[in-house]
Design a protein around this ligand. Structure first.
Ligand code: F6R
Length: 608
């Protein structure tokens, strides 16, 4: 989704803004722009495409005088991705420039009103409508704060905006509802951005802004107030402990491959401080105020996080004997669900800013339910909206395609299962002990296994990168992995792929099987292996080619065996998952795709 940055300070603002936008590139975008005060007035420079296009235009200008301004990377919602629709937008008087992330739902009604008053528009965006409403109120009120408050109280929808006024150039105003916005507090300079990495080289001191808050920054001060009535809000300054280095590629060709290879550390970090040294207990102090185990669980998430939730359902029901339902957040939020008051909602989100997941949390809270956020980004909206938070501790994930975050979500779900399994007394103590033991050695096993997995993925990718479609098959715990394998392949290589429960294939998709429609099976050593094997025979009977992730010694004849080391029970998932990710990565890289920023996708989906 769109990235926004604002700066007021002592440095030349434009390079700060552009570098900040570069660090927000992972959010996905299709155009970019900056706005600042030039010697001859308000200057806005925009370009369709990647930041290098904006760089080319900026190189022809003298941009070094301005010490404040705003910048934006746009992920199109209203209007096609072209230069007129790119941000910043300028109001019809030419005085204000504004950037926006989100969607203004009632913009058409406001646009009609402004058109009737003679305002003209240069773009198709909802942003330009909101900006002209602010401009109208600024003329009436004479001051920016009451104008902003009036305009924002009128609009419906989601936004993070930042406004720059050419008549007051050392100041930027910003506000948010349901779209991320953080304030970076520096020395003699202050920043606003959609995400912390945008200003991390300059400051680690941040203030997380909440929905309905408005902030005014200049070089030496900042104030937060409520949009509603401009009453002041006391805010705490937090200090970020991770650094820019953690958000760089570290010698890898892409962030995605770097992040896949970080998974051993991710597991270790997620376990850190949560396993008692005597190995007998999982410690989750975050959940101390929850008495015992929940009676029922309803998991709400999107995309890869939804797949992690589905995997969690299999495990929580089997081991902790807690009834679990898993639901895609965009469905849950509009379904008018009947929720038992004993139900604990688990909202899973890497970014913590996914609009549908946040709406699911709000709905559950309106019904009086407690929410546990399983989330990666500290201080994110999911973390703040939830009653309890278990951080997955995967570190910043930059590649749009989620990899290490899912690994951390699975680790956290496994810990929750062990924790609640002992509380319900339903989990066999031997399984509990063996799993904890296995978890301790898992990072090392994965570390050793990853290079060989990559080599095999590389070989298979060359063989199959000309496929038009793929079917991913798995059962039980590996059904969610089949869904995830298919999602990874389609999102970064643009090869069509479907994930199916292997036993469901005969109810329809089997009709697709022919020699040109390969299947990717997850056929690891578990109770369901004989069933999966029979399903694969059905594929072979239709001359379908098969790649199978399996274990040495298992009796399985397919076109391409991919043997992965054994690990006990659900821990095998942690070896299968990177194999799926690496296959998708190698195919996409071989095909020359933009692996870290696939077309049409955004890292943080802050609109519904
Ligand atoms: C896929 C992917 C998306 C996200 C989904 C939810 O690789 O990244 O499917 O998993 O948009 O995002 P979060 O977890 O941030 O809520």
């Amino acid at each position: 989704m769109c990235g926004i940055i604002g700066y007021c300070g002592h440095r030349p603002a434009v390079p700060v803004l552009v570098e900040g936008l570069r660090r927000l590139e992972y959010r996905g975008y299709d155009s970019a722009g900056v706005g600042f005060l030039h010697t001859d007035g308000l200057k806005v420079i925009k370009a369709k495409g990647k930041l290098c296009e904006l760089d080319k235009k900026l190189a022809q200008e003298n941009v070094f005088n301005a010490t404040s301004g705003i910048g934006h990377t746009r992920w199109a919602t209203h209007g096609e991705p072209n230069e007129p629709n790119a941000h910043p937008h300028v109001d019809h008087t030419g005085r204000l420039a504004m950037i926006h992330n989100g969607i203004i739902e009632n913009y058409q009604e406001i646009k009609k009103e402004l058109l009737a008053e003679g305002v003209t528009f240069k773009s198709e965006t909802d942003t330009e409508v909101l900006l002209n409403l602010i401009s109208k109120y600024l003329q009436e009120e004479g001051e920016m704060l009451p104008a902003l408050s009036r305009a924002l109280n009128r609009v419906e929808g989601a936004y993070a905006i930042a406004v720059f006024d050419a008549q007051n150039p050392g100041v930027v105003h910003a506000a948010r509802v349901s779209s991320p916005l953080v304030l970076g507090v520096g020395t003699g300079e202050n920043f606003l951005a959609s995400d912390i990495p945008a200003f991390l080289p300059y400051t680690r001191d941040v203030v997380f802004l909440e929905d309905g808050e408005l902030v005014r920054i200049d070089a030496s001060s900042w104030q937060v107030m409520r949009v509603r009535d401009l009453s002041p809000v006391e805010k705490k300054v937090d200090t970020i402990t991770w650094d820019v280095q953690a958000a760089q590629k570290g010698g890898h060709k892409h962030f995605m491959i770097k992040e896949i290879f970080e998974q051993p550390k991710v597991i270790q970090d997620c376990l850190c401080g949560r396993l008692a040294t005597d190995l007998d207990e999982v410690r989750l102090p975050e959940l101390d105020c929850l008495e015992g185990a929940p009676k029922r669980i309803h998991i709400v998430a999107c995309g890869t996080s939804f797949h992690a939730g589905l995997w969690g359902m299999y495990l929580l029901e089997q081991w902790a004997r807690i009834p679990v339902q898993v639901e895609i957040a965009s469905e849950f939020r509009y379904r008018d669900p009947i929720l038992d008051p004993d139900t604990l909602i688990i909202a899973i989100s890497q970014s913590g800013e996914t609009a549908d997941t946040l709406a699911g949390i709000k709905l559950a809270k309106q019904q009086g339910l407690k929410v546990l956020g399983l989330c990666n980004v500290v201080g994110s909206s999911v973390a703040r909206e939830s009653d309890y938070v278990v951080y997955t501790q995967a570190g910043p994930e930059i590649s749009v395609a989620s990899t290490k975050a899912m690994c951390s979500q699975l680790t956290a779900l496994l810990l929750l299962t062990l924790h609640w399994g002992s509380k319900t007394g339903k989990l066999d103590p031997k399984i509990h002990r063996d799993t904890l033991h296995g978890l301790r050695s898992l990072p090392e096993l994965l570390e050793k296994t990853l290079p060989a997995l990559r080599d095999r993925a590389f070989e298979l990718a060359r063989e199959y990168s000309d496929a038009d479609s793929f079917l991913y098959l798995g059962r039980g715990l590996y059904y969610p992995l089949a869904l995830e394998g298919a999602l990874k392949l389609k999102e970064i290589s643009y090869i069509h792929a479907e994930g199916y429960a292997a036993g469901e294939m005969k109810h329809g998709p089997i009709a697709l099987i022919d020699p040109k429609f390969p299947s990717f099976a997850i056929a690891l050593d578990d109770d369901l292996f004989p069933k999966v094997k029979s399903n694969l025979v059905e594929v072979q009977a239709r001359s379908g080619e098969i790649i199978a992730l399996t274990n040495v010694g298992l009796d399985l004849e397919v076109d391409h065996r991919w043997d992965v080391p054994r690990a006990s029970g659900p821990l095998a998932t942690f070896l299968a998952l990177p194999a799926l990710q690496l296959f998708a990565y190698e195919v996409a890289d071989y095909l020359g795709k933009d692996v870290d920023q696939p077309r049409n996708l955004a890292k943080s989906v802050t609109v519904e």
